[in-house]
Design a protein around this ligand. Sequence first.
Ligand SMILES: Nc1ncnc2c1ncn2[C@@H]1O[C@H](COP(=O)(O)OP(=O)(O)OP(=O)(O)O)[C@@H](O)[C@H]1O
Ligand SMILES: [Mg+2]
Length: 113
Amino acid sequence: MMLKVTDVGKTYGEFTALKNINLEVKDGEFLAIMGPSGSGKSTLINILGLLDQSYTGEYLLENKNYQAVNDNELSQIRGDQLGFVFQNFKLLSTYTVYENIEVPLIYRADCKK
Ligand SMILES: Nc1ncnc2c1ncn2[C@@H]1O[C@H](COP(=O)(O)OP(=O)(O)OP(=O)(O)O)[C@@H](O)[C@H]1O
Ligand SMILES: [Mg+2]
């Protein structure tokens, strides 16, 4: 199983953004998460993309739990296994398109040292 999400929940203070999320994604499967603004899509994608480790329940990526993994190891996994197209653009305005594309590749090479 590529992704396995079991009873995942997320609160911001008193506010419950995610509750009882369960889903599985097998290798080669495509999944679209849809919902109105504020329904928690970005909150969930941050957890799935290993950007947020403060949630309840269990999330396994390729059968591994990353909730207690340090940021260096997370950076490596994110560099190797995960790709994001951000809703609000994260391009560096002083770089060319080519240089922007190089940025994650440079980090990836660094991680492997
Ligand atoms: N850092 C935060 N602190 C407090 N509340 C937050 C925070 N981030 C998100 N929320 C709240 O959690 C809920 C889910 O937000 P989220 O950004 O995940 O929604 P979304 O489905 O991605 O919306 P959109 O389609 O507008 O991108 C919203 O009510 C939002 O106000
Ligand atoms: Mg969003």
